[in-house]
Design a protein around this ligand. Structure first.
Ligand SMILES: *Cc1c(COP(=O)(O)O)cnc(C)c1O
Length: 596
């Protein structure tokens, strides 16, 4: 979250704003307006601010020559354009540009004419009125990946709700922070910056040490600390780099098949007495949401100059997604997999090999996922210079939980746009299944700040919670450390992790991402579970009702949908259909006793 204090008229005010924590200051060069500066005063302010904040020059329909002269003589870092500057004029300026547009109904069309530059969305009536406006318009641009600043009537009193509604890159205020015309009030500037940051914190979670409340962190051996720090710094830099998100967007569109549809499930809706939409992640390339994460992290690895990718996999689904992305980008791929899992999932082993990956059998311990995880971490520690460790869910040490969440948040961002287009409002209830938690967080996170939207995560209760044969750490586990972070885990009193079980291979994991642990304790999301039997029933149900065979994982969410609809009739529900069921058809046939 960036805060810009605009309309500064003195060195004293500039110093005060910088000390209060501003990231940018605006210097007004629009002749004839109350806060316009003469070049000499602007130069003094600029000198006082050099290297400490972004210095933005504010212009309206100025000639290129005038802009160039002031950029040079005042030493401006960027220019903000308030007039009718044409797209050609803007595209030709050789400086970072913030184009100002009014936040009225024509905004989407006008924004499209100014690609690539930052947009500052002003109050439709010109701002300064202290009234709020429809931030959804700005929000839509943000969800399309535009860098948006909010302005116009923002004050310490209303900036919080504005930030939560629009999630802008930055906010900008001027007159509302003055004690008298042309003089900023230190108290109001501080209050404004504090309120803006507090509102953005909820979405910028985790904190600087990688904690979501009590959960998360970096529980890695000393040898891996530089590796996670390097990744964390790289990722922070990429977050601010539009060219990274541009290339990711293009890959999502042309390779992964995004956006995936939001489908109104008509017969299910009629049957259950709710309005039910399915987010069709099963139509993404490779048949599940995992590709969103794999291509995102492969692009990050490429940016870091790492040509060798390692991953661990349980049932093989994450291994296949990783091998797919590595084939796409010509990266070397090595996957660790428990020997026992390799035997059970021979077809996925072949798939990975077909895609050019090398699969290493892990013979230690129980020869399953957690042994493969330890082996992958060991490899990473040894080969950290050349190797990128591609984690498959919102788990692992910081920054992985937030990084994977951000890469999967495309699911919820698309849902937001799609449901607004279809229903003109946000959903009442979101439902998703929980393995490590990535498809659920991808759906939930963009709705975090909308308290009216309920979030329901569905764990796998396997054969039932009482027998210990399940994969439901949130429902039946306790806080502990697994795979580099602190979260809920399935463990005995001595902290021994016990093996998970589920009919759904992708849910068969004894831990869960730390952000879910935080949501659970804070009550922001509700966590429930479905058994193997309920999931199998739901699998058949969706196939018959909609002609869609879901993955066993997603069938857990369908099972909860059927229970929830009965308790909340008439609700608008979005369910994340995380994957397709082709991979599970043979097993369903056995379980349903259809083998002849
Ligand atoms: C892997 C997988 C899951 C579980 O993983 P999350 O990280 O919790 O999303 C769910 N559904 C499908 C289809 C999967 O392949």
């Amino acid at each position: 979250m960036h805060v810009k204090i605009c309309g500064l008229t003195s060195v004293a005010d500039a110093r005060m704003a910088i000390e209060a924590g501003a990231d940018a200051i605006g210097l007004n060069f629009v002749e004839g307006t109350p806060r316009a500066l003469d070049p000499e005063c602007a130069r003094e302010i600029s000198r006082a601010a050099a290297g400490r904040v972004l210095r933005v020059g504010v212009f309206r329909d100025a000639t290129r020559e005038r802009v160039a002269e002031l950029v040079e003589s005042v030493a401006l870092d960027a220019v903000q354009l308030h007039g009718e500057e044409s797209p050609e004029y803007v595209a030709d300026l050789p400086y970072p540009v913030i184009k100002v547009l009014a936040g009225d109904a024509t905004l989407p069309a006008r924004a499209a004419r100014y690609p690539k530059v930052d947009l500052l969305i002003d109050h439709p009536s010109g701002g300064g009125s202290g009234q709020s406006w429809n931030y959804e318009l700005a929000r839509e641009l943000v969800s399309r990946g535009r860098r948006v600043w909010l302005a116009g009537g923002l004050s310490p009193e209303n900036v919080g709700p504005a930030v939560r509604a629009a999630r802008p890159h930055g906010v900008d205020a001027s007159s509302s922070l003055e004690s008298e015309p042309g003089r900023k009030s230190a108290q109001r500037v501080r209050a404004f910056i504090e309120a803006a940051r507090a509102a953005s914190d909820s979405r910028d979670r985790p904190d600087a040490r990688g904690y979501f409340g009590d959960y998360g962190g970096r529980f890695v051996p000393e040898t891996l600390v530089p590796a996670v720090e390097e990744l964390s710094e790289t990722y922070d830099a990429l977050c601010e780099d539009p060219s990274f998100w541009d290339s990711l967007r293009e890959e999502r569109r042309t390779y992964a098949g995004r956006p995936t549809p939001l489908y109104f499930a008509e017969r299910v809706s009629e049957d259950l007495g709710c309005r039910v939409y399915l987010k069709r992640e099963e139509l993404a390339h490779t048949g599940a949401h995992k590709i969103n994460n794999a291509i995102g992290q492969a692009l990050i690895a490429r940016r870091m100059g790492k040509r060798r990718i390692i991953a661990e996999t349980g049932a093989g689904q994450h291994g296949v997604a990783t091998a797919t992305a590595c084939a796409r980008y010509g990266l070397e791929c090595e996957v660790y997999m428990g020997a026992e899992d390799m035997r059970r999932q021979a077809l996925n082993v072949f798939r990975m090999e077909l895609l050019g990956a090398r699969v290493h059998a892990v013979e230690s311990g129980s020869r399953t996922l957690k042994d493969a995880m330890s082996e992958a971490l060991r490899d990473w520690a040894t080969n950290v210079r050349t190797t990128y460790y591609l984690i498959g869910s919102t788990a692992g040490p910081d920054p992985y939980p937030r990084l994977v969440r951000d890469l999967q948040a495309v699911i919820g961002e698309e849902v937001r746009e799609q449901i607004l287009a279809a229903e003109g409002r946000l959903p009442d209830i979101l439902i998703a299944c929980i393995g490590g938690g990535s498809n659920a967080l991808g759906l939930f996170h963009p709705f975090y700040d909308e308290p009216q939207v309920q979030m329901v995560g569905v764990e796998a209760a396997g054969e039932g919670l009482t027998l210990g044969r399940h994969s439901a750490p949130l429902a039946a586990g306790s806080p502990g450390v697994l795979h580099g972070s602190r979260s809920y885990v399935m463990q005995d009193d001595a902290g021994q992790i016990f093996p998970a079980h589920s009919i759904a291979a992708g849910l068969d994991y004894p831990g869960v991402g730390p952000e879910h642990a935080f949501y659970k304790d804070s009550g922001r999301a509700e966590y429930v579970y479905a058994t193997d039997a309920e999931a199998l029933d739901a699998f058949v149900y969706l196939a018959r009702m909609e002609g869609i065979i879901p993955a066993f994982e997603s069938a857990h969410a369908i099972a909860e949908l059927r229970k929830r609809a009965a308790r909340a009739p008439g609700s608008l529900i979005v369910l994340n259909l995380s994957g397709r069921g082709d991979k599970d058809v043979a097993e369903a046939r056995d379980l349903l006793g259809k083998k002849t």
